[in-house]
Write a protein that binds this ligand. Structure first.
Ligand SMILES: Cc1cc2nc3c(=O)[nH]c(=O)nc-3n(C[C@H](O)[C@H](O)[C@H](O)COP(=O)(O)OP(=O)(O)OC[C@H]3O[C@@H](n4cnc5c(N)ncnc54)[C@H](O)[C@@H]3O)c2cc1C
Ligand code: SF4
Length: 596
C-alpha cells in the first residue's frame, strides 16, 4: 500500500527578516533553486503567485471516466480556446466571452475537468499583440503538475549550434559543463529510458524503461534501416523508486497517464512540490509564501543592487515587500521577462538587468503541427493490451542537419508518438456504421492505430519579442505582456519536411496512412517558451552570464528557460533544472564568499 505523507509545516513568512535569497516561482526552475540553495544551508523565501492545491484530489489519476459526471469533460459554463479562435482572433482572447471561465487550449483535451483549477483563467490573465497560444499554470509547482514528462538532454549540436551552422549565438557553456548536473538531476528525480549512444541526444542515467508496444517495435526496426532511431519515451518518472524521497512512489504502470492534461497522484512522475519543494521544506531552511504575485524586483538606489521583491497578495490584493540578499527569478520564461521589465527604477530605467535592451527578445520555442496517423493492419482484431498506464510512448530523435546539411532549412526536429490500446478506443468517433458491426469495428481496431507529431526548433530572432502593454492590466492591476512574435520561413520549410518525413517513415514500416497533418499550429502551442533573457559572454548582446547571473546586477539570477540561447528541438525542462542546479551551486559559493 502507498502511504501519502504530509510535508513539514512551513514557517510563516517574516517580512522584517532579510532572507539569504528570495526565489520567485515554484515550478521546475524555482523548485530546483529552493532545493539547491537550502541544501547549501541558505535561508530561502519562495514567493509563488498561485495557491497550494490538494493536488492528489485534483488529479484523481485512478478515476474511471464513468465515475465523473461528464466523463472528465468541463462544465458547459467553461470554455477552452480552440485552434480557430487562436488563429482567427487576436489576443486578448477572453475579452467579451460569454463563458464564465476561459482557459487555454490544453483544457480542451479529454479529461480536462481535472486541470480546471491548475491552468489559469484567461479572463484574469489577459495578454495582447500577435497570436499566441499561451499556456500557464499558477499554483504551487506551476506547469510541472501537468507536464508531459518527456525529459531530454541537449548536446553540443545545440550548445554550439552557431559553430555548427553559422546561425545565431553559441551558448556560453558546452555539454561537458552541464553533463554532471544532468546526472545529478537524473539521480535526484529519476528518469526512465534506454541508452542509444547518440551524440545529438545524450543518454541519461536511466531507470527501468517503459515497454514499447508491438506496433512501436515494428516502427523501431523499420527506422533502423533508415539510420534513424525510435526510443522508448524518456520520461521524467521514477520507475525504480527513489529511496531518498519519501513523497514519491515508483511508477506502478497504473493511472490515467494518457489523460491530458494529466498528472500523477502518487508522484512517480516528477512534479516540483514533491520532487523538490517538500524535501527543501524539510531542511528547515525554506519559507513558502503562496498567493504572492511578485510585481517588482526592488533596488537599493545607492548600490543598484536588488534588495528584495514587492508582491501582491493574490487573494486580498494587498501589497508587501520581502527582503533578501539575493533575488532568484524563476517565474517561467515569459513571466520572468515580464517581472524584469516591470522593475524599472532610476538605476535601471529599461527594467532591471536590461542595459543590453535584450530582455524580452530572442524569444524562441518549438513549432508543432505536422504529423502522421497510421493503421497497423496486423494489430487489427488482436487481444487488447493495457497501454494507458505508461508515462509515454516513443520518441524519434532529430535526424536532420547532423551529418549532412539540408538545403531548405537549419536545425532539426524530433517526433513524439504512441501506439496501443487506450481507455477510450481511439478513432471511435470517426468510425463509420452503427449497431453490432460498428462496435466490433471499434473494438477490433482500438489497439491498431499509431501516430506521431513533430517538435521543431524555432530559430531565435531579435525581432521576435515581448514587451509590456502600455494599457492592458491583469486582474491585480499589473501591466501585461504584448507579443511581437511570428514563425518565419525556416519554420515553415522545416514543417513541410516534417510532414513528408513522417509519412515516409510510416510508409516504410508498412502502416496504412490514414492522415498526414501539414498544418502548423499557432505560435505557443508547444508550451516550450524560451530565451527572453539569454545567457552570453557579451553584456551588450546578452542579459545573463553562464551562471544565469545578471551582467548588470550581481545579486540577481534568472534561472529558468528565459536564459536559453536557442531552443534546440528537445523538450527543455530537464535542461532548465540542470542549469538551475549549476547556477545555484555557483550562487551559494559566491554568497558564502560574500561576493553577492
Ligand atoms: C501540458 C504540458 C505538457 C508539457 N510537456 C512537457 C514535456 O513533455 N517535456 C518538457 O520538457 N516540458 C514539458 N512542458 C513544459 C514544462 O512544464 C515547463 O518547461 C516547466 O514547467 C518550466 O518550468 P518553470 O519553472 O520555468 O515554469 P513553471 O513550471 O510554469 O513555473 C513557474 C511558476 O512561477 C509562478 N509565477 C509566475 N509569475 C509569478 C510572479 N509574478 N510571482 C510569483 N510567482 C509567479 C507560476 O505560478 C508558476 O507556479 C509541458 C507543459 C505543459 C503545460
Ligand atoms: S503510469 Fe506511472 S507515472 Fe503514470 S500516472 Fe500511473 S504511476 Fe503515475
Amino acid at each position: 500500500m502507498f502511504i501519502r505523507l504530509k510535508q513539514a509545516a512551513a514557517p510563516e513568512v517574516d517580512l522584517r527578516t532579510t532572507y539569504d535569497a528570495v526565489v520567485v516561482g515554484s515550478g521546475a526552475a524555482g523548485g530546483m533553486a529552493a532545493h539547491v540553495l537550502t541544501s547549501h544551508g541558505m535561508n530561502v523565501l519562495m514567493l509563488e503567485a498561485g495557491k497550494k492545491l490538494d493536488i492528489n484530489s485534483e488529479l484523481k489519476s485512478m478515476e474511471w471516466p464513468y465515475d465523473h459526471p461528464r466523463r472528465g469533460q468541463m462544465a458547459p459554463s467553461n470554455h477552452a480556446l480552440s485552434f480557430n479562435e487562436y488563429t482567427i482572433r487576436q489576443p486578448p482572447y477572453a475579452v467579451g466571452s460569454r463563458y464564465k471561465h476561459v482557459y487555454s487550449y490544453v483544457q480542451g483535451w479529454g479529461g480536462s475537468d481535472y486541470s480546471k483549477n491548475i491552468v489559469v483563467d484567461e479572463k484574469d490573465h489577459p495578454y495582447s499583440g500577435t497570436k499566441y497560444a499561451w499556456v500557464r499554470a499558477r499554483l504551487l509547482g506551476g506547469k510541472t503538475n501537468i507536464w508531459g514528462r518527456l525529459a531530454l538532454r541537449l548536446s553540443d549540436y545545440d550548445f554550439k549550434a552557431k559553430t555548427h551552422d553559422g546561425y545565431g549565438e553559441d551558448w556560453p557553456i558546452s555539454y561537458a559543463d552541464i553533463a554532471p548536473y544532468y546526472d545529478k538531476v537524473d539521480l535526484y528525480l529519476g528518469i526512465s529510458g534506454v541508452k542509444e549512444n547518440l551524440p545529438h541526444l545524450p543518454d541519461s542515467l536511466f531507470q527501468r524503461p517503459n515497454k514499447l508496444t508491438a506496433a512501436e517495435v515494428t516502427l523501431r526496426s523499420s527506422l533502423r534501416k533508415m539510420d534513424r532511431v525510435l526510443t522508448p519515451y524518456r520520461a521524467g518518472v521514477t520507475t525504480d523508486g527513489l529511496k531518498h524521497n519519501k513523497y514519491r512512489s515508483k511508477c506502478f504502470g497504473r493511472g490515467a497517464c494518457g489523460r491530458r492534461a494529466g498528472g500523477c497522484d502518487i508522484h512517480a512522475a516528477f512534479d516540483s512540490p514533491t520532487g523538490l519543494i517538500y524535501p527543501a521544506l524539510d531542511t528547515g531552511h525554506l519559507t513558502l509564501r503562496t498567493n504572492a504575485t511578485a510585481r517588482e524586483v526592488l533596488v537599493d538606489p545607492k548600490t543598484g543592487k536588488a534588495r528584495g521583491v514587492a508582491f501582491v497578495d493574490t487573494e486580498t490584493g494587498r501589497s508587501y515587500e520581502a527582503l533578501a540578499t539575493v533575488v532568484v527569478v524563476a517565474a517561467s520564461t515569459l513571466e520572468s521577462a515580464r517581472l524584469l521589465l516591470l522593475s524599472k527604477s532610476t538605476t535601471h530605467p529599461n527594467g532591471i538587468g536590461n542595459s543590453s535592451g535584450h530582455v524580452g527578445h530572442n524569444f524562441c520555442e518549438h513549432v508543432m503541427g505536422p504529423g502522421v496517423t497510421g493503421l497497423v493492419k496486423d494489430r487489427i482484431g488482436q487481444a487488447r493490451t493495457l497501454d494507458d498506464g505508461r508515462p509515454g510512448g516513443f520518441y524519434v530523435p532529430r535526424f536532420r542537419n547532423l551529418k549532412e546539411k539540408n538545403r531548405n532549412f537549419l536545425r532539426g526536429y524530433g517526433f513524439e508518438g504512441s501506439a496501443g490500446t487506450t481507455i477510450f478506443p481511439e478513432h471511435a468517433m470517426e468510425t463509420r456504421g452503427f449497431g453490432a458491426d460498428f462496435k466490433k469495428s471499434v473494438r477490433d481496431r482500438a489497439g491498431a492505430y499509431i501516430s506521431m507529431g513533430g517538435f521543431g526548433e524555432v530559430l531565435p530572432r531579435f525581432e521576435n519579442h515581448i514587451d509590456l502593454d502600455p494599457k492592458l492590466k491583469d486582474r491585480w492591476g499589473i501591466p501585461t505582456l504584448r507579443f511581437h512574435y511570428k514563425f518565419g520561413d525556416n519554420e515553415k520549410k522545416m514543417c513541410e519536411d516534417m510532414a513528408n518525413a513522417a509519412q515516409e517513415m510510416f510508409e516504410a514500416a508498412g502502416f496504412e496512412i490514414l492522415d498526414v497533418s501539414r498544418t502548423m499550429l499557432t505560435e505557443g502551442w508547444s508550451i516550450h517558451e524560451l530565451g527572453t533573457a539569454r545567457m552570453g559572454s557579451n553584456p551588450k548582446t546578452s542579459v545573463l552570464n553562464q551562471f544565469q547571473q545578471s551582467h548588470d546586477v550581481k545579486n540577481l539570477f534568472v534561472v529558468d528557460g528565459s536564459s536559453h540561447v536557442s531552443a534546440s528541438c528537445q523538450n527543455p525542462t530537464w535542461t532548465i533544472m540542470a542549469l538551475a542546479w549549476r547556477s545555484c551551486d555557483y550562487l551559494a559559493s559566491e554568497f558564502k564568499k560574500g561576493n553577492l
